[in-house]
Design a protein around this ligand. Structure first.
Ligand SMILES: Cc1cc2nc3c(=O)[nH]c(=O)nc-3n(C[C@H](O)[C@H](O)[C@H](O)COP(=O)(O)O)c2cc1C
Length: 268
């Protein structure tokens, strides 16, 4: 991708950041306008062509994200070839069918919309970046168990870092008026195998997610979000929000399909 001469030209490393007055609402309100209106759709207007500069604007937002050790362990591949999109979509559609057959009882979405998504970005990471985070340099039989914990932790830091960057990209797309779709690929060996040759991805690079965006082909709608009381406590953890495992299982059984989609009849 061509290097950007966008707004970034104004900020160099070490430069002082101009902060707004504490509590000033203008920037918050503009941000929340984007945050509130970022919504997932799973079918986009297939005739729309994303201007190249939009990819640049969106990935510039991804680039500025925070990351553990500032390692920035992400790589984004823009997919603009219709045939490759179709082949990637085929993998996810097949996986969706497998899950339905395996009776996982997860309300699996319809992945056919992947094949014609105008904005199509494959989110990758070189997982060897875990070494940038705290792990024991010499592993011995005595410290192996401890190091397992550090390694797990390092992997989580890496994944959280890529998710932070990906979210910046999603919000940038939403700010440009697009609807978005976050599709998970991490942990699916077959997805990795399907995509590597199509996109020339070397073995050491993992595909974590696919980020789709475009104008919606179906009416976008706001999904249920938990109330503030449910997600936050002050001073100490609010015991009223403590859930038993059964509460969670009950929620999954009775509500999950309703909150992923407006109601169970509208799986998109
Ligand atoms: C980490 C993460 C993984 C997701 N994975 C998938 C996925 O594999 N397939 C899918 O259709 N949607 C996926 N989604 C989208 C969620 O289903 C969607 O964000 C959620 O239902 C809330 O809807 P909203 O984005 O409109 O607020 C994922 C979202 C996140 C943040």
């Amino acid at each position: 991708m061509r290097s950007s001469k966008s707004a970034d030209a104004e900020l160099s490393v070490g430069q002082r950041i101009e902060l707004p007055k504490i509590g000033s609402r203008d920037r918050y309100d503009s941000l929340m306008e984007v945050v509130r209106n970022r919504v997932t759709v799973r079918k986009f207007d297939e005739n729309f062509v994303v201007p190249e500069c939009h990819y640049e604007l969106i990935l510039d937002a991804a680039r500025h994200a925070p990351s553990g050790a500032n390692a920035q362990p992400w790589h984004y591949i823009i997919v603009d070839n219709a045939e490759i999109k179709k082949q990637i979509a085929n993998y996810f559609v097949a996986e969706q069918r497998f899950r339905a057959k395996a009776k996982m009882k997860f309300p699996t979405p319809d992945y056919r919309g992947l094949s014609t998504a105008p904005g199509f970005i494959v989110v990758c990471s070189d997982m060897r970046w875990v070494e940038a985070f705290p792990v024991l340099k010499v592993e011995t039989p005595e410290n192996a168990e401890l190091n397992r914990m550090y390694k797990e932790n390092a992997e989580r830091i890496l994944l959280q870092s890529v998710a932070a960057s990906t979210m910046s990209a999603h919000l940038a797309a939403a700010s440009l008026g697009y609807c978005v779709w976050w599709v998970t690929a991490i942990g699916q060996e077959n997805a990795q195998k399907a995509m590597r040759p199509l996109l020339g991805i070397p073995d050491e690079i993992s595909v974590l997610d696919i980020f789709l965006f475009g104008p919606p082909a179906q009416e976008p709608y706001k999904r249920w979000k938990k109330s503030m009381d449910e997600i936050a406590s002050q001073g100490e953890f609010n015991p009223a929000q403590r859930l038993s495992r059964d509460d969670i299982r009950e929620w999954i059984k009775k509500r999950r399909h309703k909150v992923m989609y407006r109601d169970a009849s509208r799986i998109d």
